[in-house]
Design a protein. Structure first.
Length: 586
C-alpha cells in the first residue's frame, strides 16, 4: 500500500477526479500536491481527507504555485506550523510511529535562498520526509545534466545528512521537446530510509508530472487480511451433497466432542472441494458508474501512452491526446448517466437505507473496514495483535464484577450458592426427542449469517441430503439427552462494531458481536421454539412485555403509551411514565 503520494497536479480543481482515482487505487495515508493554483477564497474538499494548504496570489490576483497536503481521516495527524517564505506545508502522521511529512515546491524561475531551506529543516520535527517538485537537475537522481538548482539541492542534502529515496526513474515529461526528466524528489532523515520504497506512476493523469509513491516495507506483519469466505454463487451443490455424507457410524461414536468435530470436518472437506473461496486481500471500493466502455477507453489511453512514451513523435502524441480525450468523455458521460438513472429510480418503494447507500457509493464514500488505531492510556496503539488485546481488556472490564456495587455483589454471591431445584419428567412434550420436522422447519426460516470458527454455514446445512440431516438430528438428540455441550461450540469470533457518532479510537466505543457455530445456533433455535411455545401457551410471560416476541414489537408499547397520553390529555388527567435504563448493556 502506498503510504505517501506526491504529485504536481497543475491545478487542484481541474484534477479532482484524478486525485480521487489515486485515493481509490492506493488508499494513501497522505497525498502531497504541488501547483494547486488555489486562491485563499477557493473551497477545496476531498471526502475522508483533511486538506492542509498554503495559497499564493501574484500581483495580478491570479493563483500561482502553492502546495497542499491531503491526510486520511483514518490516520491520527496534526498540522506542523511553519514560518517560512517557501511554498511548503507539513503534518505529523502516525505510521508505525510519528513521522513528519512536508511537501515542498521550488518554482524554476525563482531563486531559493539556502537559509530558507536550512530554516525549513530546523522547523520540521524528526524524523521527517520532504517530498515535492524541486525543479533541479542532477545525475544523482537520474538527470543527464546539472543546473544551479541541482547543485544547490545536492549541497542541501549533504549539509543536513539527508537520504535521497529516488531510484533514477523520470518523473516529468516536457511536451514541447518530448523528453523525460527527473524533477520530483523524496528526501528523508536516515532513520526512515530503510522503511520506504520509491516508485513512479505510469500515467501523467492530465499533468506533465507523474505521481510518485513511497511504499512502506517491512510492515507485512501488521497488515490486516480479510478472512477467506466461500463464494456460494459459484458453488457446485450437487458435488457438495454427494461429498458431505454424514453416516450413522460417524454420529454413534462414544465421545460426543469427537463426533461433532468429525461431522464438522466432513462438511468443510466437502465445501473445500465444491465451493471456491475468496482471496485474502480487501476488495476495492467499486465505482458504481464504471462500465465496460470506461474500461476499454482507459485501456486504449494507456496503450497510446506507452507507444508515445517509447516513440515520442508528433503522430503518437496526437494519438495519445485523442485517446485521452475519448477516455475522459466516456467517464464523464457514464458518471452523469448513472446519476440521472439513480435519481429517476427513487420512488416510494425505495427505502431510505438503500437510497443513502447508493448516494454514498456514487460520492465515493465507503465505510472503513478496518480499525486504524486505538488509544490506551493516552498512547496510540496500531499493531493488530496489540489492538486485539486492548479491545479484549475493554470488553472484559465492561462485564467485570467491579462494575457492581458491594451490596449487589453480596446478594449475587449468596444467591448463586443456592442450588436450583427443578424436577421434571421425560414424558413432557418439551423433553421428548427432537424431530426431523423441527429440524427442517428451523432450516427453512433461518436468516443467513456469518459462520463461527468452524466455518460451517446455514447454506451448507440446507444442501445436505435427507440421510445426512437425519444423522445430524441423531447427533442433536444425543446432545439433548446426554447433557453434553460440545467444546468446539463454546468458541466464537468477536467482531467489534463501532458505536455511531462515538470516537473510534476509544476501545469502549465498540459493541462486541459474537459469531458462533451455525450448527449450535440451529440446535438452539429448535430448543428455543419449544420453550417459547410452552411459555406463551401457559402465559408465563406477562402480556405487557414486548420485544423479541412474535406479534409483540416494542413499537406496540410506544403506540400504547401514546394512546394513554392522548386519552389523559382528553380527560384532563395526568400520566406517569417510568423509564429504566441498564448501564453497560452492550
Amino acid at each position: 500500500m502506498a503510504c505517501v503520494v506526491s504529485w504536481n497536479c497543475r491545478g487542484f480543481r481541474s484534477k479532482v477526479c484524478h486525485i480521487k482515482d489515486l485515493i481509490y487505487e492506493v488508499h494513501p495515508v497522505c497525498i502531497a500536491l504541488q501547483e494547486t493554483y488555489l486562491k485563499p477564497a477557493d473551497v477545496a474538499k476531498i471526502k475522508r481527507y483533511s486538506l492542509v494548504r498554503k495559497d499564493n496570489e501574484n500581483e495580478s490576483g491570479r493563483a500561482s504555485g502553492v502546495v497542499a497536503l491531503l491526510v486520511s481521516h483514518d490516520t491520527p495527524s496534526s498540522v506542523v506550523t511553519l514560518h517560512t517564505n517557501l511554498q511548503a506545508v507539513a503534518v505529523r502522521v502516525m505510521l508505525s510511529n510519528l513521522v513528519t511529512v512536508c511537501t515542498l515546491y521550488l518554482p524554476p524561475s525563482t531563486s531559493v535562498n539556502d537559509r530558507d531551506l536550512d530554516r525549513l529543516v530546523d522547523e520540521l520535527p524528526t524524523p521527517f520526509i520532504i517530498i515535492g517538485d524541486f525543479n533541479g537537475h542532477s545525475p544523482v537522481w537520474g538527470s543527464k545534466n546539472t543546473n544551479t538548482r541541482g547543485r544547490q539541492i545536492e549541497e542541501f542534502v549533504n549539509t543536513h545528512s539527508l537520504c535521497l529515496l529516488n531510484n533514477g526513474e523520470d518523473t516529468y515529461f516536457h511536451q514541447r521537446s518530448r523528453t523525460f526528466h527527473s524533477l520530483d524528489l523524496a528526501l528523508c532523515t536516515p532513520s526512515l530510509a530503510p522503511y520506504f520504497n520509491f516508485r513512479v506512476g505510469v500515467d501523467l493523469r492530465d499533468s506533465d508530472h507523474f505521481p510518485i509513491f513511497l511504499d512502506r516495507v517491512n510492515v507485512g506483519s501488521n497488515d490486516a487480511q480479510r478472512p477467506t469466505r466461500y463464494l456460494f454463487h459459484r458453488a457446485d451443490w450437487t458435488n457438495f451433497t454427494l461429498r458431505a455424507l454424514i453416516t450413522r457410524n460417524m454420529v454413534e461414536g462414544e465421545n460426543l466432542n469427537e463426533v461433532v468435530n468429525l461431522v464438522t470436518k466432513t462438511i468443510i472437506s466437502a465445501a473445500d472441494a465444491s465451493i471456491p473461496k475468496s482471496g485474502l486481500s480487501f476488495p476495492k471500493n467499486r465505482k458504481p458508474w464504471w462500465n465496460k466502455h470506461c474500461t476499454d477507453t482507459n485501456r486504449d489511453q494507456r496503450r497510446a501512452w506507452n507507444i508515445f512514451r517509447r516513440h515520442p513523435n508528433s503522430a503518437n502524441q496526437i494519438a495519445f491526446q485523442r485517446a485521452k480525450s475519448i477516455a475522459r468523455w466516456a467517464r464523464r458521460k457514464s458518471e452523469r448517466g448513472h446519476w440521472i438513472k439513480f435519481v429517476s429510480s427513487i420512488n416510494s418503494s425505495v427505502t431510505g437505507k438503500d437510497m443513502w447507500e447508493n448516494v454514498r457509493r456514487a460520492c465515493g464514500i465507503y465505510p472503513e473496514k478496518r480499525i486504524s488505531c486505538l488509544r490506551k492510556n493516552g498512547q496510540e496503539v496500531r499493531n493488530i495483535s496489540e489492538m486485539v488485546d486492548v479491545l479484549a481488556e475493554a470488553f472484559a472490564s465492561i462485564f467485570s464484577a467491579s462494575n457492581y456495587t458491594e451490596p449487589f455483589l453480596t446478594h449475587k454471591n449468596r444467591m448463586e450458592r443456592i442450588k436450583l431445584r427443578f424436577q421434571t419428567t421425560k414424558h413432557l412434550s418439551y423433553n421428548s426427542d427432537l424431530t426431523i420436522f423441527e429440524l427442517q422447519t428451523a432450516l427453512s426460516v433461518i436468516k443467513h449469517t456469518s459462520p463461527g470458527p468452524d466455518e460451517v454455514t446455514y447454506s451448507m446445512l440446507q444442501h445436505l441430503s435427507e440421510h445426512s440431516l437425519l444423522n445430524i438430528l441423531y447427533m442433536f438428540n444425543r446432545i439433548w439427552k446426554e447433557h453434553v455441550f460440545p467444546d468446539c461450540w463454546k468458541h466464537a469470533f468477536i467482531i467489534p462494531i463501532p458505536k455511531p457518532g462515538k470516537d473510534p479510537q476509544d476501545p469502549l466505543n465498540y459493541r462486541p458481536i459474537a459469531l458462533t457455530s451455525c450448527m449450535c445456533k440451529l440446535f438452539e433455535r429448535i430448543v428455543n421454539v419449544r420453550l417459547v411455545h410452552i411459555l406463551e401457551k401457559n402465559e408465563y410471560i406477562s402480556p405487557f412485555q414486548s420485544g423479541f416476541r412474535k406479534s409483540r414489537s416494542t413499537i406496540d408499547d410506544l403506540i400504547s403509551l401514546e394512546t394513554d397520553i392522548r386519552v389523559a390529555f382528553f380527560k384532563t388527567k395526568s400520566s406517569s411514565v417510568y423509564f429504566l435504563r441498564y448501564l453497560q448493556s452492550i
